[in-house]
Design a protein around this ligand. Structure first.
Ligand SMILES: Cc1cc2nc3c(=O)[nH]c(=O)nc-3n(C[C@H](O)[C@H](O)[C@H](O)COP(=O)(O)OP(=O)(O)OC[C@H]3O[C@@H](n4cnc5c(N)ncnc54)[C@H](O)[C@@H]3O)c2cc1C
Length: 434
């Protein structure tokens, strides 16, 4: 038997649930299949302030407030330097953006978004994996799904959205996916109890520690749990001989400031790793389909932009689906072009900072901020996720880039060495698994 729907969404993570919810609210029939069952663990727990308007649009902001820890900003520390952590608070971002975000357990957050899509009228199914998507001559797509009992079903959809995350269902199977030639990193992470939090209102802030081989995150979650992870050059991760746990603990032990906060810490989950995860797809859309969130690209978690970009690509992509469903043609082409340009603008604003995050010049500028001409306010706005439309943010980020160029030249030898180190790491990771 074949089910028929206007929109079919592959994957029920933040991107898929957002798209499905908004498409149903526009009156389309929507089916979404998720291969796992919620609640399930997922990494990516720190949200950005600019996420909040989307959560409001989905009608779930109050529920996220209940499960989340308020996050007023981010602090950065150069490890083993003896320097104080430097805190960037979102309340100084430009415009009237929200002055806070939330840290969330993704098991709870993703479940909540998935359920909200059901409430909006989506036929949302769990434990159901998409195994094939084929475009038919009449322009529709035939989708095959398999549930956990092994039962196959066939679907007919007028528009398909790939929100399958790192599985990259469409781009991997169609040969559109490639490694990011400019970036490579791998991560090892776990939950701990008993990690010291920042004092007072800042207790929910994310902490970032630069170290020789990469950087560390600490994300405070509810019930005294702290998500702690090390994002490293893949060649450093390949030096691991013992267990992941030993590797993570010895990495953390080498960082004075992290060790001090973890004196009474106990592991509260298994330690997990994600190999080199930086990739892109050569296509974002095509006749009757769109890729959103990590299914299209993922660069690096350093600015906690993943969930925000995933949900933004879903919210912006609705117009693409609508243009196709109301006849396609030129209107569809224009909608695709508008959406792709919009998404690329945001992604490239984050990428510029991500690619340079571990350079001596960036460490220096982020640790010694001077707010001449509101440049720091512009950087804070970027940290809050305001990277799409705000001209005054873009102007300040351009000024920051000019200052960065001067700082890069000022630390010429170290900068060149860092560039060489990164290039080697990217090349090595292209020739072997991280
Ligand atoms: C180490 C690390 C740390 C990170 N930290 C942060 C952070 O602090 N903040 C942040 O915002 N982001 C972070 N991210 C990024 C974040 O995890 C992702 O960007 C985000 O989850 C993307 O959402 P998505 O909906 O596109 O994909 P996902 O959340 O991965 O959802 C995709 C869903 O599709 C399902 N699926 C896959 N294939 C199929 C199939 N064939 N059929 C049916 N279902 C399928 C999967 O089971 C999954 O539930 C981090 C990433 C990494 C690797």
């Amino acid at each position: 038997m074949s089910n028929s729907t206007d929109v079919f969404v592959i994957g029920g993570g933040p991107a898929g649930s957002t798209f499905a919810n908004l498409a149903a609210r526009r009156g389309f029939s929507v089916a979404m299949c998720e291969k796992d069952e919620h609640p399930r663990f997922h990494i990516g727990e720190s949200l950005l302030p600019m996420n909040l308007p989307i959560l409001e649009q989905l009608g779930v902001l109050d529920r996220v407030e209940r499960i989340g820890v308020p996050k007023l900003g981010a602090d950065f520390t150069m490890s083993n330097s003896g320097d104080e952590a430097l805190t960037y608070l979102f309340d100084r971002s430009l415009g009237d953006n929200p002055d806070h975000a939330f840290e969330v357990r993704r098991s709870e957050f993703d479940q909540l978004l998935f359920e909200a899509s059901r409430e909006a009228g989506v036929d949302a199914r769990e434990r159901t994996r998409v195994s094939d998507v084929t475009r038919l001559d009449d322009g529709t797509h035939r989708i095959t799904t398999i549930d956990s009992d092994g039962v196959e079903q066939s679907w007919s959809a007028r528009f398909v959205v790939d929100a399958s995350g790192r599985d990259t269902f469409m781009s991997a199977s169609r040969g559109w996916k490639s490694r990011n030639p400019k970036h490579a990193s791998a991560a090892v992470y776990a939950h701990f109890r008993g990690v010291e939090r920042r004092p007072g209102e800042n207790e929910g802030n994310i902490s970032i520690y630069w170290f020789e081989q990469g950087w560390i995150w600490m994300i405070p979650l509810r019930d005294d749990v702290m998500s702690v992870g090390a994002v490293c050059y893949p060649d450093y991760v390949r030096t691991r001989r013992g267990s992941l746990e030993t590797f993570l603990l010895s990495t953390l032990n080498g960082i004075d400031e992290a060790r001090e906060r973890m004196l009474t810490a106990e592991l509260a989950s298994e330690v997990q790793a994600t190999g080199n995860y930086s990739y892109l797809s050569s296509r974002m859309s095509g006749p009757g389909f769109l890729m959103i969130g990590d299914a299209y690209t993922f660069i690096d978690p350093v600015f906690s932009s993943g969930v925000y970009l995933a949900m933004t690509s879903a919210a912006s992509g609705i117009d693409v689906a609508e243009a196709w469903l109301s006849g396609g043609g030129l209107r569809y082409k224009l909608a695709c072009r508008r959406h792709e340009r919009y998404m690329r603008r945001g992604i490239s604003a984050f990428s510029w900072f991500i690619y340079r995050f571990s350079t001596p010049a960036m460490r220096f500028l982020m640790s010694n901020p001077h707010n001449r001409l509101g440049i720091v306010d512009g950087v804070v706005s970027m940290l809050a996720g305001d990277v799409f439309n705000n001209g005054s943010v873009r102007r300040r980020l351009s000024l920051f880039k000019a200052i960065y160029a001067v700082a890069w030249l000022g630390s010429f030898r170290d900068s060149l060495a860092a560039r060489r180190r990164k290039r080697e790491s990217v090349q090595q990771s292209a020739h072997g698994a991280a």
